[in-house]
Design a protein around this ligand. Structure first.
Ligand code: ATP
Length: 196
């Protein structure tokens, strides 16, 4: 089974593009969404996160995301410790999910691939890019957040140029219709590759 990574900076449109690929019958695994779900449902993760962050890691049985986000935002060591708890669980969940899929290829959407040097987990990688001002506007609207907050997240991520260099395919998502045409083209290329 061909595993295609789909990555890109905040607000570039990863999930939007994933949904379009899903409409062609391609299975999509959204790693960040599954990680959050596992952080809520896995007793082992819960126990370890409470040990790492204290009882405030959960509020009314649910993951206290704002608390965790505030703790890890400028503490790389803590973020790495959290990832060491969560990532292996997501990896084994993905493996089980993958076994059940019957498609020429699957998409795994992940915000961080290159940052964590995980490119060898994928056969191909698609990077979604969009102009920074558009990304800021979109995220401000979607998350009801400030320009400064989005800018500080962007400045913590690897640049588009770096990601493009390491990718097999790039989708420029400034205009949705144009981006959808690029997605269709890539989809057909991947079908051809998987048929060989
Ligand atoms: P994140 O990194 O935060 O998870 P993402 O890369 O998955 O974000 P999306 O959630 O797909 O990005 O898109 C961000 C917002 O921008 C969403 O509200 C989405 O509807 C909107 N959006 C995405 N692409 C376009 C586009 N081409 N034109 C207008 N709005 C768009």
């Amino acid at each position: 089974m061909i595993i295609v990574g789909l990555t890109g900076g905040i607000g570039s449109g990863k999930t939007t593009i994933s949904k379009h690929l899903e409409s062609f019958g391609i299975p999509v695994y959204i790693a960040d969404k599954e990680a959050k779900a596992l952080m809520n449902r896995s007793k082992v993760i819960k126990r370890k996160l409470i040990k790492l962050f204290g009882k405030s890691a959960y509020k009314d049985e649910a993951l206290n995301r704002p608390y965790l986000a505030s703790k890890i935002f400028d503490d790389k060591a803590l973020l790495e410790k959290m990832n060491a708890i969560v990532h292996p669980k997501v990896a084994s969940h993905f493996k089980r999910w993958l076994k059940k899929q019957k498609a020429p290829y699957v998409i795994k959407e992940a915000a961080v691939i290159f940052e964590n040097h995980l490119e060898n987990q994928y056969n191909y990688i698609i990077t979604v890019v969009a102009d920074e001002n558009l990304r800021i506007e979109r995220v401000m609207k979607r998350d009801d957040t400030s320009k400064e907050k989005v800018e500080s997240i962007i400045s913590n991520q690897l640049s588009d140029e770096e990601k493009i260099k390491k990718s097999n395919f790039v989708i420029v998502n400034n205009d949705l219709d144009i981006a959808k045409r690029q997605v269709e083209k890539i989809h057909h290329q991947l079908l051809k590759i998987s048929d060989q």
